[in-house]
Ligand binder design. Structure first.
Ligand code: COA
Length: 706
């Protein structure tokens, strides 16, 4: 037998244990090994039943995603599961850990499912731009009904075993030794001579709510705008509810193959691996010993500090919140309590868990409260003198091993680090607002940051549920530096006569969560202006630079918070066109001599904004601020509403072709002038385009890409 699977027969029950670390992915050799063992059990007259289980930390996480770019080599997973389901001898599956995708499809193809109580099951294929393609869309509704299957498959959520049992996806949940329970069940089933095949069940038509398929698609068009996989999953489930399983399985396979070949799925698969690759820093060995972090000090109890504290508490860390004034401290604590309470209201967290988390929060009105913490995150407002003072104090207050992190988004962390007694332990932790919701965490490496400090910070980021990406120091790090160019072009378009809605709408239809004008209104025109103003030395000395934003600031139109910005917000949230804003911008354009253009095409709006973004990304790679193009893709998809189904800006550039982007740069340069180098392509973009290469090639050539 293969090393990937152990096979034994215990008193008439064949036990197959898959062993393919780390997550028992069902790669071709594993499928082959299962098929061999399965056939051995079928032909052995002494075997009356089978148990399938997995070794290691989890049952299978599903198909091996790395195989998806090549033609399938048999036995395919759908065929293997069909064979198992057809077995006359009962097949019981013993589940533990995260049983996902093809792993769960295998389970629901077996005749009886037992899980230990910590198991979570799910079909998360939609997150890879796919639908379950090994019978999941046909078998799950037959077990749990159409409505629950739609919910499970279109969200891809991990369902805890007790809930899965209640839904009907599992037959039994046990507290210990799941394999022993599975062997007993197999024996029981073999003697009763009853094998229940999921595919021979039918979904009770009475149980299907009227119009559920259509309604789900309408809801998904909003909630998962632009994603092809979720509505395809609903289609497949509808087949399960209306046709014999043979036809439904065939339809599922057609849909699944189409999706697998699509750019959307390739993009989402790219991001899956990119997120994991971002954790690997080429010069920091995997074996680097990380510093223990159990208690964290958060300085600043404003929106950002409180949000960061919530993330830490949710990960069961101890937090000391520091402010200078009691009022501010009280407000921060109230915000934290409210946020933790919301999870209880939504049924996500038990009240006792919330109480235990709150009990781990303490506070202080003085930095001396941070004497014993393992890590400090400073989240006060952006003032270099203030931050310098804090870091200089922390150097003497905290233990020598304490990591000192700043959440600055614009300031030079090297300058801040220089003021502590040991700059080696200073690092940037750039959270995004609202910090307890936004996934991205930029970890900023300063000139002297020690390797174990980086490794610890990246690992902490993961522990608190963030997607960490390493950035070098430099204005705006990765994300905000690129945002600058993207916003610059959007505002240039406003000066040329496009309305805010005209700029935002093509970008939103293309997939951005929000257009750049709406983003500026949300972030606050005041915040953007003050950041711009304090950092002029990094920005082009162009008199046109972000003039529309400057005008909004001067007029007190700070965006949503004042109900007026590029748009107006009569109810404080919903945007509407605002003729006054348009008039103000037109007058400003007239003053600096920019004529209104007769028309601007949607394609031009898309290309100018997105290519400016991509070019800055290429420059950041050249400058060593970003390590990989795939890291940039993670930053933009996790932190800036870039559509996952486009794979991030650099992946998108590769799909367009770098030579096409270069040509667009030449055209824009001749059409709009290039006094400020806006249309000078980054050297990396030029060299890759000339060599007929992609950013993915660049990643792979240098440090091993996705
Ligand atoms: N195929 C191939 N590789 C996989 C995989 C899969 N289905 N699932 C995980 N891996 C790899 C990861 O890339 C990672 O590799 P690396 O160590 O080289 O970076 C390793 O397994 C561990 O995964 P990771 O995500 O870092 O571990 P985790 O404990 O945080 O999470 C899971 C485990 C199973 C929850 C998570 O990996 C996951 O969601 N996997 C995908 C499940 C899925 O979508 N299945 C459907 C496939 S169609």
């Amino acid at each position: 037998m293969s090393k990937l699977l152990s096979y034994s027969v215990e008193d008439g029950i064949a036990v197959l244990i898959i062993d393919n670390p780390p997550v028992n992915a069902l790669s071709q050799p594993v499928r082959h090994a299962i098929q061999d063992a399965f056939q051995a059990a079928q032909t052995d007259d002494a075997v009356v039943g089978l148990v399938i289980a997995c070794a290691g930390r989890t049952f299978s996480a599903g198909a091996d995603i790395r195989e998806f770019n090549a033609p399938v080599k048999g036995p395919s997973l759908p065929v293997l599961i069909d064979e198992i389901e057809a077995s006359k001898k009962p097949v019981v599956v013993a589940l533990h850990g995260t049983t996902l995708g093809g792993g769960f499809e295998l389970a629901i193809g077996c005749h009886y499912r037992i899980a230990d109580e910590g198991t979570r099951v799910g079909l998360p294929e939609v997150h890879l731009g796919l639908i379950p393609g090994a019978g999941g869309t046909q078998r799950l509704p037959r077990l749990i009904g159409a409505e629950a299957a739609i919910e499970a498959i279109t969200t891809g959520r991990h369902i805890p075993a007790p809930e899965a049992l209640e839904l009907g996806a599992l037959d039994e949940v046990v507290g210990s030794d799941v394999i022993a329970s599975a062997i007993s069940a197999a024996r029981r089933l073999s003697s009763s001579n009853k094998v229940k095949r999921t595919c021979s069940r039918e979904v009770d038509p009475e149980s299907i709510p009227d119009g559920i398929f259509q309604k789900s698609k309408v809801a998904l068009a909003k909630r998962r705008r632009g994603f092809n996989a979720p509505p395809a999953a609903v289609d497949a489930i509808e087949w399960a509810c209306s046709t014999p399983s043979r036809d439904g399985l065939k339809r599922e396979r057609e849909l699944s193959s189409q999706l697998k070949a699509s750019v959307q799925s390739k993009a989402q698969r790219h991001l899956f691996f990119a997120e994991r690759l971002a954790l690997k820093i080429p010069d920091i060995p995997k074996e680097t010993v990380i510093r223990p972090v159990e208690s964290v000090g958060v300085i600043g109890a404003g929106t950002m500090g409180a949000g960061i504290a919530v993330c830490l508490l949710n990960a069961d860390l101890t937090v000391v919140l520091v402010e200078t004034k009691q009022d501010a401290l009280d407000q921060g604590i109230a915000q934290i309590a409210k946020s933790l309470g919301r999870d209880v209201d939504r049924g996500r967290v038990a009240p006792e868990v919330r109480d235990a988390r709150l009990a781990r929060l303490s506070n202080a009105l003085d930095l001396r409260g941070l004497q014993t913490v393992d890590l400090v995150i400073e989240a006060v407002f952006e003032s270099l003198p203030l931050k310098k003072q804090i870091f200089s104090d922390l150097g003497s207050i905290c233990r020598e091993s304490t990591i000192l992190a700043t959440n600055t988004s614009t300031l030079d962390i090297n300058e801040i680090a220089a003021l502590t007694n040991s700059p080696q332990r200073v690092v940037g932790m750039h959270f995004f607002s609202p910090a307890n919701i936004m996934k991205l965490l930029e970890v900023v490496r300063c000139d002297e940051t020690e390797k174990d400090v980086i490794a610890t910070t990246m690992s902490l980021g993961r522990r608190i549920g963030k997607v960490p990406v390493l950035s070098g120091t430099g204005y705006g790090f990765i994300g905000n530096r690129m945002l600058e160019d993207y916003v610059r072009e959007s505002q240039m378009l406003l000066l040329e006569g496009a309305d805010p809605a005209q700029v935002d709408s093509p970008l939103e239809s293309w997939g951005m969560a929000m257009g750049p004008c709406a983003v500026m209104d949300l972030a606050g025109q005041d915040v953007s202006f003050l950041t711009r103003d304090q950092n002029r030395k990094f920005l082009p000395a162009d008199p046109r630079y972000c003039v529309p934003g400057d005008v909004m600031y001067a007029e007190g139109r700070f965006g949503q918070k004042t109900r007026k910005g590029f748009y107006q917000y009569p109810d404080g949230r919903t945007r509407q066109d605002d003729p006054d804003a348009i008039t103000l911008m037109r007058s400003a354009a007239d003053r600096i001599g920019i004529e209104k253009r007769a028309s601007i095409s949607q394609q031009e709006i898309l290309d100018r904004c997105l290519y400016a973004l991509i070019n800055r990304g290429a420059q950041l790679l050249d400058d060593g601020i970003a390590l990989r193009a795939s890291d940039i893709d993670v930053v933009w998809s996790a932190g800036y509403g870039f559509p996952a189904y486009r794979g991030g800006p650099m992946f998108y550039a590769d799909t367009i072709g770098l030579d096409m982007i270069l040509k667009a740069f030449e055209n824009f340069g001749s059409q709009f002038g290039n006094e400020y180098d806006y249309w000078t392509p980054a050297p990396l973009l030029v060299s890759l385009a000339q060599a007929g290469k992609t950013f993915a090639n660049w990643d792979a050539d240098r440090i091993g890409g996705v």
